[in-house]
Design a protein around this ligand. Structure first.
Ligand SMILES: [Cu+2]
Length: 152
């Protein structure tokens, strides 16, 4: 009888301690899920701008894109209906939304390649994970922007 009482007590103790431990595990899993990008992240590197004015396709000039290596990208800019956009002012920025930091470099458009294509030099990603590439455009049709996602 005494043994049974002790067993029941320790069982109760285990249950009480079990609840916070369970919450802790659930919390850790949530934190880990937050660190990996959502499975339905839009990884398209060609899309319509946020305001629907332009369409852009961005393309890395190295294959594959490697962490820590300086390289360039080409931005192909068109109107929403597909006409190449010349003479636009383009700024490229980016960062890691889950880490709260930006790109380690300040990329710049250094050359107009013709046919709506712009060369962006100074691109570098210094760690693996989810990166956003923000492309802001000021052109004859107006100001608009794109946010592309890249997982390295
Ligand atoms: Cu980071």
């Amino acid at each position: 009888m005494k043994i049974n009482m002790e067993t029941s007590k320790s069982l109760k103790r285990a249950l009480w301690f079990g609840i916070p431990a369970g919450l802790l595990v659930a919390g850790a899993c949530t934190a880990m899920m937050m660190m990996s990008p959502s499975k339905d992240l839009d990884l398209a590197l060609s899309k319509l701008s946020a305001g629907g004015i332009y369409r852009a396709a961005i393309h890395a000039n190295i294959e594959p894109v490697t962490v820590g290596r300086m390289h360039s990208w080409t931005v192909s800019l068109n109107t929403a209906t597909g006409a190449p956009v010349e003479g636009a002012s383009i700024t490229v920025d980016g960062g890691m939304p889950q880490h709260g930091h930006g790109l380690p470099t300040v990329p710049k458009v250094t050359k107009y390649l013709g046919d709506g294509r712009y060369l962006v030099e100074g691109m570098k990603f210094n760690m693996p994970g989810w990166w956003t590439i923000k492309v802001e455009v000021d052109g004859v049709a107006g100001h608009d922007e794109f946010v592309f996602n890249l997982v390295l």
